[in-house]
Every structure is written in structure tokens, then in C-alpha cells.
Design a binder for this molecule. Structure first.
Ligand code: NAD
Length: 497
């Protein structure tokens, strides 16, 4: 019988009551693995109420106590990482090593959050005026919510809740309905680590749940990661309701290959960054810009590597696994058909592959287009699959101009041996995260993650110091004691002396 998943609220697994469910598949086999309940507005209300009840107690624990919970949570995730990675892969389709790596990138944010006593240190000015001291502190917001995408079901939730909870907030997580089992499990591990029930509630759902979180006045901030149309919507609705919102959206990441680049290393980088995780990464390189005369050599070296990519079920630990759902596979294949219609050259065609024993899985081989034009939809739109487009640009200026004009501005990189060109690129390009001879420049946990243009809405980025700012508000106290209080009322604005 198909497993029926639950929510994790108040330290317990709770069955859904809305009567609505969404199917969860194993992309490696096509098996209908589970049904996930989709929460109603009132179920969201109950989850928020439960978190709100936990908030005063959690907010008043010392930061070092909260850090100790984070240390324990890290330990529990590490102790269970093999099973967690297998669970993640069974619903997402990532190969095991990649699934494990993505959990480790989440753990790194938990490690950052273990430093919360230091991160929450305020500022103190002694004697700002005679006998008057001034200090500021960072206070948690209350109940905050996270809405996360299918492609990183462990890492992206941990980006958010590790920082939010360490800051003293209570967190309601609404994970993707496509691969919810791992995030639900993280709720259980957080309570096992010593967080009081309600500090991390995990509730499943779709638009109904998201809207309920965006409209609930008890939810003070919402962090969203997903596609750009939904990010825009979440940002608009959440801010209209007076909430703090950070909403990360989609991407189209360019890698410039300069004529002086070490072509073998550039090709290695493109293969990993374009096809790792079947291209289902918001920082995947989906456009290679061959600058000057770099195009022919690049294609000569790239095409055989794309043809040789090993595609397999997640347990086989191939180069890449299947796509997440049959629907997403059809969409990505549709983009490859479109590219041919638009006149790009499909040099490697991975559309039709079948794996013996896994005929019902959602597999697709690597696809490689050459001579892609900037007016084509396959260039402009996010495909989110194992499809790499090569665009040729005569000069560096034309290449950087192309990146700047693109709607998205999440990540970009340049491969070159010329320091001046690399510096000009990283200094000027209109993109939030830049790599120099690094294809996927994802900032580590103690820096902050976020793109520009249509790749992010809101002021603060994910994790790092920006995360701490997003999940806290500043209070500044000015104080003096009786001996320094002067007699008499002051009617004009006080200036300190
Ligand atoms: P998605 O936008 O379909 O879903 C994201 C979340 O929004 C899910 O929890 C989903 O349930 C919810 N949702 C879906 N439709 C909704 C609606 N109509 N109203 C309200 N909520 C809705 O994204 P996805 O397919 O799960 O993830 C892939 C996308 O996420 C890609 O575009 C990728 O680039 C992006 N992404 C961005 C980043 C980043 O940091 N910029 C990181 C990872 C993924």
C-alpha cells in the first residue's frame, strides 16, 4: 500500500485532515512511493499557533543553550547521513554522493548557527553623553516561515531554519510537496536534539498552505526559495501583508570561457556544473559563452564528454540521476525540441534514453546545443535540466553585456588566466555571485547566498550575517542612572554633551 506521509507539529507526527493529497514518486523507478497531505488554511493556523506558544520560552533561552541544540542537531544529522541521503535520493533522484553532499552543505549552515552567541553580540557605547550609555541588541522576530523548492530538500531548509532558530525564532517549514520525507524527518531530529516541540514545525502543502502562511498576521517573516514567478508572487503578497520577505527565484547562469583559459579544466568545470544533479540546481551553469576564438576547441572537447555522461538510478552513483518527475522530464525534453525549432544546433541529443530495469524512471541524457542565439527561448528561459547551451561572443565586452542584459542574475563565472579580465568581470558584472575559475560560486555558510535581478526579491540574502539580520530586529537602549539625571524638564531636542 502507498505510504501516507504526515506533518510534524508540536513534536509529533500528525495526519493531514484536509482530505487533499499529492503523489510522491521515486524518480529512479517511477514508483508511486507515497502520498503527502496538503494542509488546509486551518491546519496552517494550528501549526502557527503551536509555534507561537513555543516562542516566548525559546526566545528567552540563552544563545549558548540554543547553540548546544544546534551542535546536537548537527551530530544527529551526521550520524544518520547515509539513511538521510538515501531518503532524499529516493524522492529527488540525485545520486547518493550528491545527495549526501547537499546535506553536508546544509550542515555547514548549522555549524555557522552554532556560533550564535557571537553573532548576536550587540554594540555598546560607554558615556555617549555624560553618564549616559547606549547599547543595541538583536531580538528574534517571533514565528517565521520557510517555503522551499524540490531541488535541495535538506540544504535549503537548513539555510533558513538553522539561522532562524538559533536567533530565537520558532520556524514553520513548508517543504516542496515533490520530496517532503527528508524535511519532515529534520523536524523530528530537531526535537531529538533538544529543541522544545513547536520550535520547528514541518507542514506539507501547496498554494493553499503558502497563501495561509503569507496571510497569517502571526507569521512575521517569510523566506522563500523556488521559481521566479512564485518568488515574485510570494514577495508581493507577503510584503503587502506587512511581513519581512526574502524570495530567491530562478536562474540562467553563464560561464565565460576566454581564449586563454585552460580548456581541459574549463571543460571539466562545465561538465560538473552543467550536468551535476541533472542540471536541477539554481547555480548550475546552463550557458557557456565561448569568447573570441574559444568556441571550436571548446566544442571539440566538450561534446565527447557530454556523450560519455553516465546516467543511472540514484543508488548506482552514476554521474547524474533522473529528473524529479515525469512532468518535469516532459518539460525539459520540450525545451530541447524547441531549441531545434529555433535553429540552434543540437550536437548531443540525450532525449531518448532507456535504462534496462528502470524503464519507468524519468531519465534523460545530457544535451548540448551549439550556436544558441540570445533571442531564443532556450537562452532566455530557465530549463532546469541537463541541457547546456553554447553561445559564441566575439569579444569580452559583448560577452559581459550578454550576461548583464539577461533577466536573471543568480550566478556566473569566468575561466581565464588573465587577472585583469577576471577582475573587470567580477567587479562589473550584474550578477550576485561570481566565480573566477570556479564554476559554481555558492558562498559558504559564513557568507551569504543570493542573486540579483529576477533571481531574488527582498533585501537580505540567505544564511551568513545577512541571515542573522533577516531573522532579527535591532533594539537600541539609551540609559542613565539617578546621579547623572539633571533636574528640570527639557523642551528642545536633547543633544548629547
Ligand atoms: P516552485 O516555485 O515550483 O516551488 C517552490 C515552492 O513554492 C514549493 O514549496 C511549492 O510547493 C510552492 N509553490 C508552488 N506553486 C505555488 C503557487 N502557485 N503558489 C504558492 N506556492 C507555490 O520551485 P521548484 O520547482 O520546487 O524548484 C525549482 C526552482 O527553484 C527553480 O526555478 C530554481 O532555480 C529555483 N531555486 C532557486 C534557488 C535560489 O537560491 N535562487 C535555490 C534553489 C532553487
Amino acid at each position: 500500500m502507498t505510504e501516507q506521509l504526515k506533518h510534524y507539529i508540536g513534536g509529533q507526527y500528525v495526519a493531514g485532515t484536509s482530505g487533499r493529497f499529492s503523489p510522491v514518486y521515486n524518480p529512479s523507478t517511477g514508483e508511486h512511493k507515497a502520498e503527502v497531505p496538503l494542509a488546509s488554511e486551518s491546519e496552517i493556523g494550528d501549526a502557527v499557533a503551536d509555534s507561537l506558544a513555543a516562542f516566548p520560552g525559546w526566545a528567552s533561552t540563552s544563545p549558548i543553550t540554543r547553540a548546544r541544540v544546534m551542535f546536537k542537531f548537527k551530530q544527529l544529522v551526521e550520524e544518520n547521513i547515509e539513511e538521510l541521503a538515501a531518503l532524499l535520493a529516493s524522492e529527488h533522484g540525485k545520486v547518493h554522493s550528491d545527495a549526501k553532499g547537499s546535506i553536508i552543505r546544509g550542515i555547514e549552515v548549522v555549524e555557522f548557527a552554532c556560533g550564535i552567541p557571537h553573532l548576536l553580540k550587540g554594540e555598546y557605547s560607554d558615556n555617549v553623553s555624560t553618564g549616559v550609555d547606549m547599547y543595541s541588541m538583536r531580538k528574534p522576530l517571533g514565528v517565521v516561515a520557510g517555503i522551499t523548492p524540490f531541488n535541495f530538500p535538506a540544504m535549503v531548509p537548513m539555510w533558513m531554519f538553522a539561522v532562524a532558530i538559533a536567533c530565537g525564532n520558532c520556524f514553520v517549514l513548508k517543504p516542496s510537496e515533490k520530496d517532503p520525507s527528508l524535511p519532515i524527518k529534520l523536524g523530528e531530529l530537531m526535537v531529538a536534539a533538544g529543541a522544545p516541540p513547536g520550535v520547528l514545525n514541518v507542514i506539507n502543502g501547496d498554494k493553499v498552505a503558502v497563501d495561509a502562511l503569507l496571510d497569517d498576521p502571526r507569521v512575521k517573516a517569510v523566506s522563500f526559495v523556488g521559481s521566479t514567478p512564485i518568488a515574485k508572487y510570494v514577495y508581493a503578497r507577503g510584503t503587502a501583508n506587512g511581513k519581512r520577505v526574502q524570495a530567491m527565484g530562478g536562474a540562467k547562469n553563464h560561464m565565460l570561457v576566454m581564449p586563454d583559459a585552460d580548456m581541459d579544466k574549463a571543460v571539466d568545470a562545465l561538465i560538473g556544473a552543467g550536468y551535476g544533479s541533472a542540471g536541477e540546481r539554481c547555480m548550475a551553469i546552463s550557458v557557456a559563452v565561448a569568447v573570441g576564438g574559444a568556441g571550436d576547441e571548446l566544442m571539440e572537447k566538450l561534446a565527447p564528454r557530454v556523450r560519455a555522461l553516465k546516467v543511472g538510478p540514484s543508488a548506482a552513483d552514476a554521474d547524474m540521476g533522473p529528473l524529479v518527475t515525469a512532468e518535469h522530464l516532459a518539460k525539459v525534453r520540450g525545451y530541447v525540441d524547441l531549441g531545434i525549432e529555433e535553429g540552434a544546433d543540437l550536437v548531443v541529443d540525450g532525449r531518448d534514453i532507456s535504462l534496462q530495469g528502470y524503464e519507468n524512471g524519468y531519465y534523460m541524457g545530457g544535451c548540448l546545443f551549439d550556436n544558441v542565439g540570445t533571442d531564443m527561448r532556450i537562452y532566455k528561459e530557465e530549463i532546469f535540466g541537463p541541457v547546456l547551451s553554447v553561445v559564441r561572443a566575439p569579444t569580452f565586452n559583448e560577452a559581459i553585456d550578454m550576461v548583464d542584459k539577461h533577466e536573471f542574475g543568480n550566478g556566473t563565472s569566468i575561466f581565464t588566466q588573465n587577472g585583469d579580465i577576471a577582475r573587470a568581470f567580477s567587479d562589473n558584472v550584474e550578477v550576485g555571485m561570481v566565480g573566477v575559475n570556479v564554476p559554481i560560486p555558492v558562498p559558504l555558510a559564513f557568507h551569504s547566498f543570493g542573486g540579483w535581478k529576477a533571481s531574488a526579491f527582498g533585501d537580505h540574502n540567505q544564511h551568513g550575517p545577512e541571515g542573522v539580520r533577516f531573522y532579527t530586529k535591532v533594539k537600541t537602549v539609551t540609559s542613565r542612572w539617578p546621579n547623572s539625571i539633571k533636574a528640570g524638564a527639557e523642551f528642545s531636542i536633547p543633544t548629547f554633551k
